[in-house]
Design a protein around this ligand. Structure first.
Ligand code: MN3
Length: 203
């Protein structure tokens, strides 16, 4: 059964970009609930419990129909949040050159990329996520609704920003644009780059 992974840093470590209050609620309540509900959904299906979360989330249509929606929401939620925590760091380092070059090749410039990502994240209506993904060998920006994972569309997520109001409202209220500008400063590009290399080498 799944367990809530510890954060890779202290709850207050991402301040002032993300407050400790948000981190506690987001990790100990929201993420914990996704894990608990995912376990509840899988409980009657021991054969699914031996498969990896990534495998299950990538093959939602093969699941028993009665748990498909719950695994989409809670399995997606668990996978998305685990990836999100690992994508942030109190000690950001510069974008590795290989990934920077790939982003420039795909989006013309870093500025164009950041502006397209922000525009996409501002366009999420209701709850969802904005991602940098690999579609085959191509880098794309995409949105997913609710807790859907890019894996559900065959995309490999490299970095995702949670734009549910629970991710920022306590601190930024309705200022999603400001949250996006700030969170950009604490992305763990080394981790994103490792995901990129791993995804490319598995093709
Ligand atoms: Mn969230």
């Amino acid at each position: 059964m799944y367990t809530l992974p510890s954060l890779p840093y202290a709850y207050e470590a991402l301040e002032p970009v993300i407050s400790a209050d948000i981190m506690h609620l987001h990790h100990e309540k929201h993420h914990a609930t996704y894990v608990e509900q995912l376990n509840n959904a899988l409980q009657p299906y021991p054969e699914l419990q031996n498969r990896s979360l990534e495998d299950i989330v990538s093959h939602i249509d093969d699941l028993p129909e009665d748990i498909r929606t719950r695994v989409t929401n809670h399995g997606g939620g668990h996978h998305n949040h685990t990836l999100f925590w690992e994508s942030l760091t109190p000690h950001p380092s510069p974008l590795p050159t290989e990934l920077e070059n790939a982003i420039i090749a795909a989006f013309a410039s870093l500025q164009e990329y950041e502006s397209a990502f922000k525009k996409s994240a501002l366009s999420v209506f209701g709850s969802g996520w904005t991602w940098l993904v690999l579609d085959g060998h191509k880098l794309l920006i995409s949105n997913t609704p609710n807790q859907n994972s890019p894996l559900m569309s065959g995309h490999i997520p490299l970095v995702g920003i949670d734009v549910w109001e629970h991710a920022y409202y306590l601190q930024y209220q309705n200022r999603r644009a400001e949250y996006l500008d700030e969170i950009w400063k604490i992305i763990n590009w080394n981790v994103v780059h490792e995901r990129y290399q791993k995804a490319l080498s598995s093709k």
